[in-house]
Design a protein around this ligand. Structure first.
Ligand SMILES: NC(=O)c1ccc[n+]([C@@H]2O[C@H](COP(=O)([O-])OP(=O)(O)OC[C@H]3O[C@@H](n4cnc5c(N)ncnc54)[C@H](OP(=O)(O)O)[C@@H]3O)[C@@H](O)[C@H]2O)c1
Length: 268
């Protein structure tokens, strides 16, 4: 089983030619992991950009996420097959349940079992969850086993460090993927992040990303700009000092950006 790459490219909000360009520019800059989702409405464009790039499928790590409308046993696998067609591949590397959506009429046991079945059928190499709190992650573990939950992809940034959930996931050996590590750009103007960036001769985005990487999380920042895509990737070679990590730890402010009603459960 391939480990989840530390650095990937997010595609949320990016549509049409914008996502095609972003994926092409990302691949040219050296990204090999791409994060999409059924609800982003861009899997076909992502597939088109990947096909046009000439990068071999085996070099890529593709993640998609099942949307809440497709959680039933009857719909989950056909919907994933549809995603594969759009992405022009026989198998994705990782498929996540996008949101727990506790009241949408399909039990967690049903959608986790259907997801595990998709893995058994060879439609996805690994499976996992996204936006699951501790209790729901425990329930998912009870259905498929913790060794079958490759990651919990969660909102996590210097402003929302999610320490309780992260501690639980570490204890269970479930990898953390941080989404919106830049808090959709909000942390980039932070004076503490900016001061660290200055002393390390780095950009604020690199500092936030290097902070998450040093904590062992994967990151999937998105950008529509070629220069931001390339410079973000260089966060992998930025070594933050313990002092920088301590300064960023103090920025926690429960700064959650995303919590859609009906989709999210009670946060920890
Ligand atoms: N599982 C989930 O429920 C979930 C939810 C949200 C997101 N995600 C995933 O996580 C990915 C990342 O989240 P996100 O795209 O919402 O937010 P993000 O990565 O935190 O921030 C993206 C924003 O930051 C800007 N940015 C990126 N690099 C920059 C740089 N070096 N300097 C200045 N600005 C920069 C981008 O603008 P420019 O385009 O101008 O560079 C864009 O506005 C998504 O694309 C998606 O794949 C998952």
């Amino acid at each position: 089983m391939n480990p989840i790459p530390a650095f990937g490219l997010g595609t949320f909000r990016l549509q049409g030619q914008v996502v095609i360009d972003s994926v092409r520019n990302g691949l040219e800059a050296g990204y090999r992991a791409i994060d999409t989702a059924q609800i982003y409405g861009n899997e076909a464009e992502v597939g088109e950009a990947l096909a046009a790039s000439g990068v071999a499928r085996k070099e890529l790590f593709l993640t998609t996420k099942i949307w809440v409308d497709n959680y039933s046993r009857e719909k989950l696998i056909p919907s994933l097959k549809d995603s594969l067609k759009k992405l022009r591949t026989d198998e994705v590397d990782l498929t996540l349940i996008h949101w727990p959506a506790p009241n949408n009429g399909v039990s967690l046991e049903e959608f986790m079992s259907a997801l595990a079945e998709a893995k058994s059928q060879g439609l996805t190499k690994q499976i996992g969850v996204s936006n699951f709190n501790i209790e729901l992650t425990k329930q998912a573990i009870a259905v498929v086993g913790k060794e079958n939950i490759a990651t919990n992809q969660i909102e996590l940034s210097p402003y929302l460090q999610n320490r309780k959930l992260v501690a639980f996931l570490a204890q269970e050996g479930i990898h953390v993927t941080s989404y919106m590590t830049l808090a959709y750009g909000k942390v980039l103007g932070d004076p503490v992040i900016r001061a660290i960036a200055e002393r390390r001769h780095a950009t604020p985005a690199q500092v936030a990303l290097a902070w998450a990487l040093r904590l062992g999380y994967s990151v999937i920042p998105s950008s529509t700009k070629r220069e931001n895509l390339a410079s973000n990737l260089l966060a992998q070679s930025l070594q933050l000092a313990d002092e920088d990590m301590t300064d960023i730890a103090a920025l926690e402010r429960n700064g959650r950006e995303v919590s859609p009603e009906g989709l999210a459960a009670q946060w920890d």
